[in-house]
Design a protein around this ligand. Structure first.
Ligand SMILES: CC(=O)[C@@H](O)[C@H](O)COP(=O)(O)O
Ligand SMILES: NCC(=O)COP(=O)(O)O
Length: 272
């Protein structure tokens, strides 16, 4: 793998069991680990959750091992890497700050994708993207190291069209559009205006040769409209809402429901 070629055919636009150019669903399992960590019993199991969501048709697994290990711990990253040996078509995405603990994980397990997120230690949740070009010199060598390890790099970014050329110039393969602002605006009078920022950012990214991911606070209500309006989104990573839904519906029905939301964005009206 050369770091620019997705290993997972399911997320390559030209291939995949869900048809060309359909968005891949990567399930973020942070919140399964969060619940598990409140006892010493090992339940709910992160690897069991991964198995169930993959059996139900998820395309990838995302973990975000924060330095305080409040949810995903180093052993979860290793356990998932071992599990995914049996799922060669599944993409493994690890998120985090490469200036903290992310690179240790990347060097150890060489996931398909590392998503660089500019979180502080102990941050409540991710709430902003990289500041480019200000962060360029910090990120450039870390991106190069990931490429040398055969790991694709996605940069967590606010929807700022002008930043996309800088992301490409420092070697990023993808950007992950931070979707909290869209999710907050969804269903309000501001929705169209806010969503248009994402459309413009995705267009700018695609124009400079970047691939596009998206995530944060996406859910069954807001996902389809996002994918209908924002071009070329190869992957959404969804955790909080999806795991909350799974508490009610179970993992399998929940993954199928999210896949229906994705299909609805790509199907002619009424066929999803
Ligand atoms: C990078 C990102 O978008 C976040 O959504 C993150 O993965 C969620 O982290 P928490 O689960 O710790 O809120
Ligand atoms: N990269 C975003 C992610 O993995 C999940 O975010 P959320 O759905 O937990 O907000």
């Amino acid at each position: 793998m050369d770091g620019t070629t997705p290993m997972n055919p399911l997320i390559a636009p030209e291939a995949g069991h869900r048809g060309a150019a359909q968005t891949a669903l990567s399930v973020n399992l942070n919140k399964v680990a969060l619940l598990r960590n409140t006892r010493h019993l090992g339940i709910p199991s992160v690897t069991r959750a991964a198995t169930l969501v993959l059996e139900a048709g998820a395309d990838g697994i995302t973990l975000h091992p924060r330095p305080d290990e409040r949810h995903i711990r180093a052993h979860d990253v290793d356990d998932l890497a071992a599990l995914l040996q049996s799922w060669p078509q599944v993409e493994f995405n690890i998120e985090g700050n490469p200036l903290h603990n992310l690179m240790d994980c990347v060097r150890r397990v060489r996931p398909h994708q590392a998503t660089f997120v500019p979180d502080t230690v102990g941050q409540f949740t991710s709430d902003h993207g990289w500041n480019l070009p200000a962060d360029a010199n910090t990120l450039r060598p870390l991106i190069a190291e990931c490429h040398a390890l055969g790991v694709r790099v996605s940069l967590f970014m606010d929807p700022q069209p002008e930043a996309m050329a800088h992301a490409r110039a420092i070697g990023a393969d993808r950007v992950e559009l931070y979707t909290e602002a869209y999710a907050s605006a969804y269903g309000t009078p501001q929705e169209a205006e806010v969503r248009a920022r994402y459309t413009a950012a995705a267009q700018a990214a695609l124009a400079v040769g970047l691939e596009v991911n998206a995530g944060h606070d996406l859910n069954r209500d807001n996902l389809t409209a996002f994918l209908q309006h924002v071009p070329g989104v190869l992957e959404v990573s969804i955790g909080h809402a999806l795991i909350a839904d799974a508490l009610e519906l179970g993992y399998s029905e929940t993954v199928r429901a999210y896949q229906r939301c994705i299909r609805a964005a790509f199907a002619p009206e009424g066929l999803a």
